[in-house]
Design a protein around this ligand. Structure first.
Ligand code: CAA
Length: 380
């Protein structure tokens, strides 16, 4: 077993860390405050090859592995969790399913612009009545000759207002339940597609979240992703990879909480000395650091398995579950170490707390991750 990063992995770590510290971090507070979509950062990330990290170069990506992707996500998230989720949705939820299930023609036409960052992607699975229960899709797709007619509503869709392309899930045969779900590549400019208002959120405010309303949307048959009835497997496989991205996001947020708290504890004096001298503070810092390392090891293991095309549902869920809960704990401790200053917006500690919370919810709540892990244990 080797714990060293490869040369390529070290290279992307250094590159994304420099970029995140110089370009992203100075904007994080403003983005959080205004909720402005960081268009210029997305463009810069595209120039650095970050919009399709693990997509082969032939399809517009950077041709790196999934550990490189996890590293990049951690570094961007350490600076700004909003910017990072824009990245993770494009990489994991838009590029990856096309790479895995798309035809050669779909890869050339749709994957290349997504992975190179000329286009932005979103993932249309969640519906008002289908959150954790992703199998109960109500959006319908009815075949009519050379196209399908789609009607329904998707909600809480990250990147929806800016997206050019949506990986869309629909029901083509409701009698078959999850085996009646079919996925499509939807061009967001198609007639009948409307994007709803941007939701006001507790955290990750600069990443846009909106509903997509589909009214008699005609999707050509050649835009179907995989076969009719394969959609649920496409969604689940995609989320196995997506959860690696969100685990990495949580690690980045936890690291931000730790690094900010560490700096503050060394500088803040009470009772005539830096508070870092007190064991009460040291124990919190030690717990944060230990949990961050544990989360990272779980996440790298899941990414390593993904690179080897080994089913990694359980490992991805373990990584996402542990990392997101560790991020919540770290962000609470980060505020506590800052004392009263942790509660005011002048310091980033409270932003980390608000940003961490969503990692326990999207791409499957902690409760769903526990279900996936338990179901794998019971099958073994
Ligand atoms: N890979 C391949 N196939 C899989 C699979 C996987 N990871 N997981 C399940 N399947 C297959 C099963 O083998 C089964 O196949 P058969 O019928 O052939 O046996 C089939 O799918 C159904 O599986 P389950 O019985 O386990 O399905 P379920 O209805 O009980 O649901 C679930 C399972 C884990 C709860 C699933 O619905 C789930 O993950 N829910 C959470 C949804 C979610 O994460 N949503 C996130 C939205 S996207 C988002 O959040 C993006 C963002 O904003 C950033």
């Amino acid at each position: 077993m080797v714990f060293d990063l490869t040369e390529e992995q070290r290279m992307i770590q250094e590159m994304t860390r420099n970029f995140a510290q110089k370009e992203v971090l100075p904007k994080a507070a403003e983005l959080d405050e205004t909720g402005r979509f960081p268009e210029e950062l997305v463009r810069q990330m595209a120039e650095l090859g970050l919009m399709g990290v693990a997509v082969p170069e032939g399809y517009g990506g950077a041709g790196m592995d999934n550990i490189c992707y996890a590293i990049a996500m951690e570094e961007i998230s350490r600076a700004c969790a909003s910017t990072a989720v824009i990245l993770s949705v494009n990489n994991s939820l838009a590029c990856d399913p096309i790479l895995k299930f798309g035809s050669e023609e779909q890869k050339k036409k749709v994957l290349v612009p997504l992975a190179s960052g000329r286009h932005l992607g979103c993932f249309g699975l969640t519906e008002p009545g289908a959150g954790s229960d992703a199998g109960s899709q109500k959006t319908t797709a009815v075949r009519n000759g050379d196209h399908y007619v789609v009607n329904g509503t998707k909600n809480f869709i990250t990147n929806a207002p800016q997206a050019d392309t949506c990986i869309l899930f629909t029901m083509t045969d409701k009698e078959k339940k999850h085996k009646g779900i079919t996925s499509f590549i939807l061009d967001m400019k198609t007639d009948g597609v409307t994007v709803g208002k941007n939701e006001k959120k507790m955290g990750i405010t600069a990443s846009a979240t909106a509903s997509i309303i589909l009214e008699d949307v005609r999707i050509p048959v050649e835009n179907r992703l995989a076969n009719e009835g394969d959609g649920f497997k496409v969604a689940m496989h995609t989320l196995d990879g997506g959860r690696i991205g969100i685990a990495s996001q949580a690690i980045g947020i936890a690291r931000a909480s730790l690094e900010d708290a560490l700096a503050y504890a060394k500088e803040r004096k009470q009772f005539g000395q830096p508070i870092a001298n007190f064991q009460a503070i040291q124990w919190m810092l030690a717990d944060m650091a230990t949990e961050i390392d544990a989360a990272r090891l779980l996440t790298y293991r899941a990414a390593w398995l993904k690179d080897r095309n080994v089913r990694h549902s359980k490992e991805s869920s373990m990584a996402k579950l542990y990392a997101s809960e560790a991020a919540m704990r770290a962000s609470v401790k980060g505020i506590q170490i800052h004392g009263g200053y942790g509660y005011i917006k002048e310091y980033p500690a409270e932003r980390h707390f608000r940003d961490a919370k969503i990692t326990e919810i999207y791409e499957g709540t902690s409760e769903i991750q526990r279900l996936v892990i338990a179901s794998a244990l019971l099958k073994d």
